[in-house]
Design a protein around this ligand. Structure first.
Ligand code: FES
Length: 104
């Protein structure tokens, strides 16, 4: 599943993500700028913030209540389609998706 991260730094990186892997893990493994995943995917750090293009939201789903609370404290401006990428699990259908990584 090819997914692209477009970073505030100008970096654009396409990663071949294994289905079942979280998008935070895939990004962290490839040193995507702006994705830190400090808490290891436990919804405790909000350093894995991405913006999902509206046309892909149906596939990525919506944040649950705990993720909502964490999204409220992201330091990189929350948007209506912001997600914490440790909570998005890659599927084959996400092939071609382009995520935006907001800058501080
Ligand atoms: Fe910490 Fe996603 S990795 S909230």
């Amino acid at each position: 599943t090819q997914i692209t991260w477009k970073c505030a730094s100008g970096q654009s990186i396409t990663i071949n993500v294994t289905a079942g892997q979280s998008l935070m893990e895939a990004a962290r493994d490839h040193d995507v700028d702006g994705i830190f995943g400090d808490c290891g995917g436990n919804l405790a750090c909000a350093t894995c913030h991405v913006i999902v293009p509206p046309e892909w939201v149906e596939l990525t789903g919506k944040p649950d209540a705990m993720e909502e609370d964490m999204l409220d404290i992201v330091e990189t401006g929350r948007t209506p389609t912001s997600r914490l990428s440790c909570q998005i699990v890659a599927t084959h259908e996400m092939d071609g998706m382009v995520l935006e990584v907001p800058g501080a």
